[in-house]
Design a protein around this ligand. Structure first.
Ligand code: ADP
Length: 540
């Protein structure tokens, strides 16, 4: 027998309608590309999103068409998120930090009909416009006063003119909740980037789940500043979850340095923020240099790469709790958070840090398991480490316009490419990426563990561990290290720093000092490049 409850599709437009109705006067504050701080409310954002939806229809954007964006976190990008998906089209956020060829590839592969972009990206778009085979309209996300006098782009449209010349009377259409809503490509360190096509259903369910108190804890009492870019996995879903809950939103625009973030946190009373570790390193350095205290910031959610323990300590000194989040583009992206349980309340700091440096336990809806190289499930005992597989309603079932490949198992699990342990309480800890793990004498050494320890050394700014071919052990760990400006340390000192912290045979065999480490466009360490650099390295 079927249940007898209403069958209402889960649609992104309903999030905005809700915020407009019940949180109409709650603010969205943006640092604009043009310079000034812009502030308005959910009511105004909803009104302008409807105008934009009419404008998109005027440009011939139909149900299922893709609209690309190259934009920072700002109110116009927010409006595009809701207008495009709300109208039944696909909001395709493109990462402007990628190389020009990758950007063209992604826009062509996504078949974007319209491309909307911030002023900062005009030169980039001018450079690739001729290669974009599907784009019919280019829209510069600015007002008339800031439109360029000259540009090589034919008929460049002005966002503000487009919005203001359309009525705000628009009924958000109803359609199947499994309709595609948005598209995001993984940066991909090898080969072409792969597209992940989200649906309204997956996005709304992800917004529910990521709002939960043990996830990101989003509420109408919060002031949330997503520093994670809206071009990278939907800004971890915060534009949706904050709208669902009516949280005040602070969008930092193009300026994600310590000075500007600190200023926004203090002036807007930000209570929660989210982003990759690099950003918090810059914020903490700014505070340290200028003897500044952070007030009122209750929580920083750190994801994308592991949060070093020293960073968790430093933020704690400001009264800020760190919660680690593990996710992937393929997971919309939230999968696990390192939130303590009731039984951990009152535990001592070392125990708490042990939890916080794990990637965390699954948010309800995400299933996780570990398997060995043969696909055999391994125990969740905190010791066995294996390949992490996940499944759930906001996990991708296949890549956009690609053949089914070995990314999924026959029984429907997604291979994350992370190597992890899972303890009895369900807390997952990444020990490596499948391709980065160091294989020494048939045993695995976690490169991440080696890095985390070394960045705790006062002279070390950044460290990377790679496996280098060894005549006896197959591979042995080599550390590539960048020292802090003005700091000094020797190889022996850094090797000695590992003593008592890990098993002896895990200790790196050598250290090389570099000016900088290679990073991807999204700020992740490019171990492949490092391995390439040191492929002929000779052990002493
Ligand atoms: P990309 O575009 O680089 O694939 P993703 O955000 O999808 O970007 O990258 C996902 C990967 O990032 C994960 O598989 C994991 O290796 C890493 N990652 C994400 N969150 C964390 C975290 N909290 N700690 C360590 N690694 C993380």
């Amino acid at each position: 027998m079927r249940g007898q409850m209403m069958d209402q599709p889960l649609l992104i437009s309903a999030l905005l309608k809700h915020a407009e109705t019940y949180h109409g006067d709650t603010e969205i504050v943006s640092r604009t590309v043009e310079g000034p701080i812009h502030r308005y409310t959910y009511r105004e954002a909803a009104r302008r999103s409807r105008q934009l939806a009419n404008a998109l229809a005027g440009l011939g954007v139909k149900h299922g068409d893709a609209v690309g964006t190259l934009a920072w976190n700002g109110y116009r990008h927010y409006e595009i998120y809701f207008a495009v998906s709300g109208a039944g089209a696909i909001c395709h956020t493109v990462n402007p930090r990628l190389f020009a060829e990758q950007i063209s590839y992604i826009i062509n592969h996504g078949e974007d009909q319209v491309l909307m972009f911030d002023l900062s990206f005009l030169p980039q778009v001018e450079q690739i416009a001729a290669e974009l085979t599907t784009v019919r309209h280019f829209v510069l996300m600015t007002d008339k006063a800031n439109m360029p006098r000259e540009t090589s782009i034919d008929n460049l449209l002005c966002y503000e003119d487009l919005v203001n010349s359309h009525s705000d009377e628009y009924e958000w259409p109803e359609f199947d909740e499994n309709t595609a809503s948005s598209l995001c490509y993984t940066s991909g360190t090898t080969g072409n980037p792969k597209g992940v096509l989200y649906s309204h259903r997956s996005t709304v369910l992800h917004a529910f789940a990521s709002s939960l108190p043990d996830s990101l804890d989003i509420s109408a009492q919060a002031c949330v500043m997503p520093v994670v870019p809206m071009f990278h996995v939907n800004g971890w879903g915060l534009p949706y979850s904050c709208t669902m809950n009516g949280a005040k939103l602070v969008l930092p625009g193009p300026k994600m340095d310590g000075v500007n973030l600190y200023e926004l946190i203090e002036s807007e009373n930000v209570t929660m923020t989210a982003g990759v570790p690099t950003v918090w390193m810059m914020l903490l350095q700014h505070c340290q240099r200028n003897h500044l205290k952070i007030h009122g910031l209750k929580r920083v959610v750190i994801g994308g790469s592991a949060a070093p323990e020293s960073m968790i300590d430093q933020l704690a000194e400001h009264g800020t709790e760190v919660r680690q989040l593990w996710g992937m583009t393929e997971l919309s992206p939230c999968g696990t958070t390192s939130t303590p349980k009731f039984k951990h309340i009152g535990c001592d700091t070392p125990t708490l840090r042990q939890l916080q440096t794990k990637q965390g336990r699954p948010i309800y809806g995400v299933g996780i398991r570990i398997v060995d190289d043969g696909g055999k499930p391994l125990p969740h005992d905190g010791v066995a480490f294996g390949n992490l597989q996940v499944r759930g309603p906001w996990v991708l079932s296949r890549y956009f316009k690609r053949e089914l490949d070995n990314s999924h198992t026959d029984d429907g699990w997604f291979n994350t490419g992370d190597v992890v342990t899972i303890d009895r309480d369900g807390y997952m800890k990444i020990t490596d990426r499948t391709k980065d793990v160091i294989k020494s004498g048939g045993e695995w050494i976690s490169s991440i563990e080696l890095e985390n320890i070394l960045v705790g050394h006062p002279a070390v700014a950044e460290a990377a561990a790679i496996g280098v071919v060894h005549p006896k052990w197959d591979e042995r760990p080599l550390m590539a290290v960048v020292l802090k400006p003005g700091a000094s340390a020797t190889r022996d000192e850094l090797i000695g720093y590992y003593e008592g912290k890990i098993a002896k045979w895990w200790t790196p065999d050598d250290v090389v000092f570099l000016e900088e480490l290679p990073h991807t466009a999204t700020g992740k360490l490019q171990k492949m490049k490092l391995r390439e650099m040191f492929k002929d390295y000779q052990w002493k």
